[in-house]
Design a protein around this ligand. Structure first.
Ligand code: CS2
Ligand code: MG
Length: 402
């Protein structure tokens, strides 16, 4: 069997997605997510202009060799664009291997370690009361884990708060939206949200929160300590994730579990965090961390140190990535939790899939391969729309971390 084509499909049903479709001479094809929010066309070009010529004629079964060839052969290693491109190739090749074997990919990864995949949903609100009520709606819908975010008084465009109800899509058309940030207002406000959630809804569910890279290490340590009474499953991205040693200070001051990693693209990015046990959950994703092949390596290292997975699963990771994630989540021994933001009906129409949600969990289904596809005709109806993630500035106008 040989690769005879590798097509990059850019589509924008409600938001931009980039998908790689690798076709073999026997008609079997596989798909991989190549979406990098706000930098989609960089990955599309990397794949079309620099990777596609290298794939034609290769054996699609040689997943590991292809990964090594694209990683080492580029000379310029790592980085979100390169590793998202490699991830798309890797994911598509696992899809092909499953289809050829007639098995769902989780069976190729060692089989089931669990019969369903615990997920968390996103509760948000403009006020504490709104967010508390939204948490209740997720619990009523069967979720057993909920992330809670609320608008911060005096801060326009707080991260995680959508303008239309339960849908939050951070990227917006045109140039980056300029949002404001106030760490003091946030730190004054956050504990009140979690105190009220636990007062109203109790402790019998997992509660999570995403700081989204906004604090200094000592500020994050203080927040973790303030939230200890509310027993979060984890506090996510307390500080900019690339500063791995900053997490030592957080660890010294608080027992609130820590998660980070959605911006990481290789095992090197999280090696110290894992081997020094500075985090409890690693959030690296199939689409941004080199695909199923590399994510397995990260999770195997994490397993040695008692770190569990908490894979990124926002709506800017396509249904192809989510499908691959559920297969990995089903198989790995140190699964923790899977982020789950349902995609829109327009997106679901472009990406038919066999995984499904039921009562707070995702199920991979038993279709051969990943059990997801891209409807190229439907995709063609939604041309690319330039869109960027916001930026954050402090009230004096200086840049902050969004
Ligand atoms: C967030 C994401 O889901 C999360 O935890 O951090 O919404 C993130 O902001 C986006 O994926 C960025 O594209
Ligand atoms: Mg996050």
């Amino acid at each position: 069997m040989k690769i005879v084509d590798a097509r990059v499909i850019v589509t924008s049903p409600d938001r931009n997605f980039v998908t790689l479709k690798i076709v073999t001479d026997e008609g079997v094809y596989g798909v991989g997510d190549a979406t990098l929010n706000g930098r989609e066309l960089a990955v599309a070009s990397y794949l079309t202009d620099h990777v596609r010529p290298l794939l034609i004629g290769r054996d699609p079964a040689a997943i590991e060799d292809t990964w090594q060839y694209l990683y080492r052969g580029a000379y310029w290693r790592r980085g979100p664009v390169t590793m998202t491109a490699i991830a798309a190739v890797d994911t598509a090749l696992w899809d092909i291997k499953g289809k050829v074997a007639g098995l769902p990919v989780y069976q190729l990864l060692g089989g089931r370690s669990r019969d369903r995949v615990l997920v968390y949903g996103h509760a948000q609100g403009s006020t504490v009361a709104e967010t508390v009520a939204e948490v209740g709606r997720y619990l009523d819908a069967g979720y057993r884990a909920v992330r809670a975010q609320t608008a911060v008084p005096g801060v326009s465009g707080t991260y995680g708060i959508g303008s239309d109800g339960d849908r939050y899509e951070p990227a917006s058309a045109g140039l980056p939206e300029e949002t404001r940030w106030s760490t003091r207002n946030y730190l004054d406000h956050a504990p009140e949200l979690f105190a009220e959630i636990r007062r109203v809804h109790g402790n019998d569910f997992d509660l999570l929160h995403d700081v989204h890279h906004r604090l200094s290490p000592i500020e994050a340590a203080g927040l973790g300590k303030a939230l200890e009474p509310y027993r979060l499953l984890y506090l996510e991205d307390p500080t900019p994730a690339e500063d791995q040693t900053a997490f030592r200070l957080i660890r010294q001051h608080t027992t609130t579990p820590i998660a980070t990693g959605e911006v990481f693209n290789s095992i090197i990015d999280c090696q110290r965090l894992i081997t020094e046990r500075l985090i409890d959950y690693v959030r690296t994703s199939v689409v941004h961390a080199g695909g199923i092949t590399h994510l397995r390596r990260i999770l195997a290292l994490a397993e040695l140190y008692g770190v569990r997975s908490g894979a990124h699963g926002a709506t800017d990771l396509s249904p192809v990535c989510l499908a691959a994630a559920v297969h990995v989540d089903t198989a790995v021994p140190n699964f923790g939790i899977q982020e789950y933001m349902p995609h829109t009906p327009a997106t679901d129409a472009v990406f038919p899939r066999s995984h499904w949600f039921d009562n707070g969990h995702l199920h991979p289904g038993d279709a051969p391969g990943l059990g997801v596809d891209i409807d190229e005709e439907a995709a063609a109806e939604h041309p690319y729309q330039p869109a960027y993630l916001p930026v954050a500035r402090l009230h004096d106008g200086s840049m902050h971390d969004w």
